[in-house]
Design a binder for this molecule. Structure first.
Ligand code: FAD
Length: 390
């Protein structure tokens, strides 16, 4: 059964009137591109200059897009969402770290979250970002096939150990672990490392998940390649499929350095590539478990049609739908109401550390045609329904 994404009563059931008004105000601000550009610059400056802006950020973008500053903060909203059938993924979102003890800290957080996953049905996955566990530069050097110094090799070994530790624990606890994807010029090293983990820990089922960014025109070929490996070597593959969040950065770098951009030529090509990936994975569920991370309604409808075609129950364990906290509630809550496996990424962490994440969300909502206006239209519809729009 296709869910009705127009049902705003279900979509915003958990939002009080004042939270609804705040969301409406926030998306109106985000829709204003110059404002976002200036706001981003001012906020970056204020954070760097240690000005006391955290309270303001918390009361606005942070509380809308994040669950809190630590895991405990997030638990009330996680429980509330679960009452509506929506699961959560606790996503420690501190970014841009450079030193070992910070990477160890991020690893410890992931290990802690794995215990939550084991204990709480409301949290079906843990997640981490490759560069949460090691320096971007090192991933970049490894991806380019550069030779490492002894010190760099030792540093890389520590990254491998962090991967090893969390993947082993996920396997021992029998819980699933998602690994995000980032910029193309560091991703090869991350992909190779994930493959290493899958060979070891995905022998019986998909414990470790990698992410395919389908705005990259080379990813279909990569999917077929890993499929072949998984078949030959006998492991399962957890596949998170997204369009990709670093498009502008990717295009700018390619232009600056004079290589062909890894990004599809148009939004339409990205959409077709995304659809092709989902179709391929759904045709090979003997190997793949599918996690579709998208706010695109069409993509969700198509996946649901494929599930029906394959005669899968709506809550079949091999297909998951994910959206980000604070975005596309109309998709998540209506999917859950229709019985599908719907999950929210719930980012958390110290306010200043999650700023890069928040800025990406603001920019994404500004630059992606239609997304903000869709949010605004739905919020306005619900304001009307609640008679708040006078
Ligand atoms: C649960 C979840 C997990 C995620 N994990 C990751 C992750 O690990 N790594 C990551 O990079 N992103 C991740 N994302 C973000 C994701 O990649 C997208 O940036 C975001 O979801 C918007 O895409 P969409 O499919 O929701 O929506 P849509 O609005 O349909 O698509 C927007 C996207 O289309 C692409 N696009 C837009 N214009 C063009 C163009 N002119 N040419 C080519 N392509 C274009 C871009 O990727 C853009 O973000 C995640 C998203 C979710 C919901």
């Amino acid at each position: 059964m296709q869910p009705n994404f127009e049902n705003t009563a279900i979509a915003f059931e958990l939002k009080s009137d004042s939270q609804l008004e705040r969301a409406y105000f926030l998306f109106k601000m985000i829709a204003n591109e110059p404002l976002v550009r200036i706001g981003t610059a001012v906020t970056n400056f204020a954070i760097k200059a240690h000005l006391p802006v955290e309270g303001l950020i918390r009361a606005t973008v942070f509380d809308h897009f994040c669950g809190g500053v630590n895991e405990e903060d997030c638990l009330p909203i996680i429980d509330k969402m679960y009452e509506k059938g929506v699961c959560s993924i606790l996503d420690y979102s501190a970014e841009g770290k450079e030193v070992d003890n910070q990477f160890d800290f991020a690893m410890e957080k992931t290990l802690e979250v794995l215990d939550f996953v084991k204990e709480k049905d409301a949290i079906p996955f843990a997640v981490f970002k490759p560069t949460g566990f090691g320096r971007f530069k090192l991933f970049e050097m490894m991806s380019a096939g550069l030779e490492l110094t002894d010190d760099q090799q030792a540093e890389w070994n520590r990254i491998v150990n962090r991967y090893e530790k969390v993947c082993k624990k996920a396997h021992d606890l029998d819980v699933a672990l998602l690994i995000d994807a980032e910029e193309s010029w560091m991703q090869k090293a991350a992909d190779d490392l994930v493959l290493q983990m899958m060979r070891k820990y995905n022998k019986e089922k998909a414990i470790v998940f990698n992410t395919f960014q389908m705005y990259r025109w080379d990813r279909m070929e990569y999917i077929k390649h890993v499929h072949q490996l998984a078949k030959e070597e006998g492991f399962k593959y957890g596949a998170k499929v997204v369009r990709g969040a670093y498009m502008e950065k990717e295009n700018e770098r390619a232009q600056e350095k004079g290589y062909p951009t890894p990004i599809c030529k148009s939004k339409k090509e990205t959409d077709e590539n995304f659809d092709a990936a989902i179709q391929y994975l759904m045709d090979h569920l003997d190997i793949f478990t599918v996690f579709s991370g998208t706010h695109n309604e069409q993509s969700c409808h198509k996946l649901i049609d494929l599930m029906a075609e394959k005669k899968l129950n709506s809550n079949d364990n091999s297909v998951w739908f994910g959206q980000l906290f604070g975005m596309s509630d109309h998709i998540t809550y209506n999917l859950a109401a229709a019985g599908y496996n719907a999950v929210k990424y719930v980012p958390y962490g110290p306010v200043r550390d999650v700023m890069p994440y928040l800025i990406r969300r603001a920019e994404e909502n500004t630059s992606v045609a239609g997304q903000t206006s869709r949010e605004l239209a739905l919020l306005q519809k619900e304001r009307k329904r609640r008679k708040l729009d006078d």
